[in-house]
Design a protein around this ligand. Sequence first.
Ligand code: NAD
Ligand code: UDP
Length: 318
Amino acid sequence: AGRMAFEEAGAGGVRHGRVPLGLKRKGLRVVVTGGAGFVGSHLVDRLLARGDSVIVVDNFFTGRKENVAHHAGNPNFEMIRHDVVEPILLEVDQIYHLACPASPVHYKFNPVKTIKTNVVGTLNMLGLAKRVGARFLLTSTSEVYGDPLQHPQVETYWGNVNPIGVRSCYDEGKRTAETLTMDYHRGANLEVRIARIFNTYGPRMCIDDGRVVSNFVAQVEGLMKLMEGDHVGPFNLGNPGEFTMLELAKVVQDTIDPNARIEFRANTADDPHKRKPDITKAKELLGWEPKVALRNGLPLMVQDFRTRIFGDQKQQQQ
Ligand code: NAD
Ligand code: UDP
């Protein structure tokens, strides 16, 4: 009964947020691991806004309390400092499992910790989902395609990943996390969802993130549609708009400083040469597609970075 998400429960069950016609939706209890991070904190905003109770589980490796501080005092919001590599007991309806550093600078910092987070952390959250019968969503990544030999990438492509390289802790970690998710789905009948997110940018991104910007944080809406929908996935969530790094550098130059100098440097090891999501499946089955073009999204992130680096203008004037 603790799992009942609606005021009336019809035959056939109404768990996990499916809203049968005519029933008033009651808030769900949702865990967001990694909810103090960049994508997670935007997701938390959206879930609280629609009336859910949200528990953030985060060890603050790359996340910041400031990202969710505006919810302090909200009785529907709770934050637990916890490392997902350790087991945890919670009673919830849905688990959005995001905990994992996403930027190469962060995930390469301690590769063993990264793979433990992906493998042991995901196992623990799947164990939790199994115990309480919660629906589980994994935020996987375009990195599962490695340096792709197929372009654009469709979800059915198995990828081209180096198993022993400096990015493998993340790429192979996420591939194993997907495997675990599907094994719990098939073996324990767990309701699961898998999203493969392509590089995302926007306000609250770590200032030292260092990745190329390509998709505005609107991915969050795709995650919620995926969780509430009927399809397991995996689904590519990304922007199929393609541009070269030089074209991108010029947009950044236009947005920030026309005099900024563009430098050409050697690439890092195993960095994919070319990537572009095929999002036909997300469009058809989730009704989702990105809406923010780079030239419109970039200024929003730039403003957020300026405020965090230089303080807001009011403070500067004082
Ligand atoms: P982020 O680094 O901002 O957020 C990750 C969060 O997880 C942080 O709050 C961090 O403190 C927390 N965390 C890390 N290890 C943890 C652990 N062991 N226990 C508990 N918490 C832990 O990254 P993000 O960009 O918000 O990414 C969120 C998720 O989306 C990640 O799983 C990432 O792999 C995936 N993803 C992101 C992108 C992207 O472009 N941002 C692309 C593909 C996939
Ligand atoms: N787990 C957890 N919280 C729970 C239930 C399980 O953290 O509420 C962890 C558990 O400690 C184990 C993992 O999830 O490490 C997998 O649990 P499961 O029950 O699927 O497997 P088992 O413990 O039987 O190997």
